[in-house]
Each structure stands twice: as structure tokens, then as C-alpha cells.
Design a protein around this ligand. Sequence first.
Ligand code: SF4
Length: 241
Amino acid sequence: MQDIKIFHKKIENYLLYLKEIGIDELPVQSRGLRAQSSEDIQKQSPTLSSPLSTLKSVREELGDCKRCKLHKQRTNIVFGVGSPNTSLVFVGEGPGEDEDLQGEPFVGRAGQLLTKIINAMGLERKDVYICNVVKCRPPGNRNPEADEIAACRPFLEKQLDVIQPKIIVALGTHAAQTLLNTSEKITALRGRFHWYRDGIQLMPTFHPSYLLRNESKKKEVWEDMKVVLKALGLEIPEGKK
Ligand code: SF4
């Protein structure tokens, strides 16, 4: 009986620690992914020496971060959410109001659109990892400034080093320019793969908040996501071709 109690306590602690690093669900395969005959984007189940525990170390290193001025008005640090064992990571520029309040990236209107895009790909949020270039909300949703990006960028790089995805989707100008070290505009970058640190394919595409203001650009984003699916070896869902 005592053994069962200890086991339950260990499970409870493990689930608490998953929640702390932004994982609300265990990273198991979704039905949609199992239905694919091609490569699964989930790599392997987490163990204590897996990317999951290493991501926790990155979050611990970030701590109650005050490395840039964005800390002054934040409610929560928005670290990241999803599967640490995934082949596909989405990177946005920074949290908005809803994200700041909830401590989770892409949960507002733009986030709901991103979730729809992920679902249209035949995936669920828990199948991928989602994070931002800066982890604290820029006041008034202004663009993150160069010094803020420089302060926060090492933690994004560490997250990507841990997860080692096959593909990164950079959402919007700031994510694409930061990850590619370029000043080229998103319109010139999107639609084709670039290399992130010579080892990971990176697809720049429009940010969902831009799509909310420019509906006609959704088609281009979907074209980009089809290229991503193909590179992952996944089928484009029926009716979405
Ligand atoms: S944006 Fe990044 S570097 Fe700046 S305070 Fe927040 S976590 Fe720290």
C-alpha cells in the first residue's frame, strides 16, 4: 500500500512538473497522426533524460527573468507549450494580452487561427511545440525591440537545441529575421525553406495576426504548410489539397 502511495506521489510530481514547463497533456500520438502511413512527427516518449527534462532545465535557467525591460509589465513568462519530442516547432514573435494573462503562447484570436491551421494539417497542438522569440509581452503589443530580442534569443535557441525539430515554421517577420539573421522581409522569405544553423529546415510564413487583417493571405500560408507537410512525409488531409 505504501508503495502505491509513493508511486502516486511520483506521478503527481511528474505531472506538476510537466505543467510547469507548459505541457498540459502527455505527448502521445493523436489518432490523426496514427492514421498517416508515413513518418510520424512525434519522435519518442519522454524519459527523465529526454528533451522534456532538458527543457525544464532551460525554463529553470530562465527563472524569474529580468534580463530585459519587458519583465516590468508582464503578468507571466510565456515559455512554450506542446511536445518536446516533436519534429515541428512554430515560433512567433511574442506574447499578446491573452498569452500574458494565461502564460501560454497563441491562445488569443491569432492563436485560435494558428490552432485551426495546425488542425487543417491533420495535427493537434499537442503534436507540435509552440513558442515565441521573446517570452514576455511587449507593451501594447508593439514589436519586440532589438535589445529585447538579443536578451531573450539565447533561450529560444536553447529550446530549439533541446527539441531538435526537423522543421521550424517562423511566424511573421520578427521570428523569421531573428532565426535567419537577416533583415529581409517576410514577403521575400516565405514560400521556401531556409536553413536554421545549417541543420534544420525553416519555413517562414505570415503571422496569424496578419492573416486576421488580410484574409486573402491565408491561401499563401496554406501553400507553405503543404510544403512543410510534404517535407515531414505527412499526407495532406483529404479535401485540403
Ligand atoms: S523577454 Fe525574455 S529576456 Fe526579456 S525579461 Fe522576458 S524572459 Fe527575460
